[in-house]
Design a protein around this ligand. Structure first.
Ligand SMILES: [Zn+2]
Length: 182
């Protein structure tokens, strides 16, 4: 087990051969800049941080990766461009499966559980490194709103950046014209 008081950076990957039996835990504050894809995607304002804890544990004969995230990001509203707080606090849980044969076992004990296959997420070398930071970033990218807007945004008119609905051309109108010429 790691010591929670150590101000170490979040590991981006952990060695399964070393930690899968004994388990692994980490907790700390991570700047959003450590998640480049996420930071790019959300156009975040300021120095957002994420309070992250994760644990790799053995349970019911399977390996599980649990994440607990506490974070509020400041993102510009897509209408008025003033900052709005987006809470992305959540809990994520993934089963880490050695191969496809384990899927049936997983679904037997937890039909709704999410999972990843080690062979698909680890580099094909002798040492299996679990990309814990990338896996978390994938989950967060799915969780964030792509176009955040104040629910009571002051700019509710469609004058800013909104494409007016133009009626689509009716294909039958052309047929009608042709028919009229016959
Ligand atoms: Zn707004």
């Amino acid at each position: 087990m790691t010591n929670f008081s150590q101000p170490t950076a979040m590991p981006t990957e952990i060695a399964l051969d070393k930690w899968s039996d004994v388990g692994f835990e980490w907790q700390g504050i991570v700047p959003i800049t450590q998640f480049e894809r996420l930071a790019d995607e959300i156009d975040s304002l300021g120095d957002d941080t994420l309070d992250i804890s994760f644990a790799l544990i053995n349970k019911n004969g399977l390996l599980w990766l649990n994440y607990q995230i506490e974070a509020t990001l400041l993102m510009p509203c897509q209408r008025c461009l003033t900052p709005m707080a987006i809470n992305i606090s959540n809990h994520y849980r993934l089963a880490i499966l050695e191969n496809e044969d384990k899927i049936r076992y997983l679904h037997a004990i937890e039909p709704d559980a999410d999972y990843v296959l080690i062979d698909e997420i680890c580099e094909p070398d002798s040492r299996k490194m679990l990309p814990v930071a990338d896996l978390l970033e994938d989950e967060l990218l799915l969780a964030i709103p792509l176009a955040p807007r104040h629910s009571d945004c002051e700019l509710l008119t469609d004058s800013v950046g909104e494409v007016p609905n133009t009626p689509k051309e009716n294909p039958f109108a052309m047929l009608e014209q042709l028919r009229g010429k016959l």
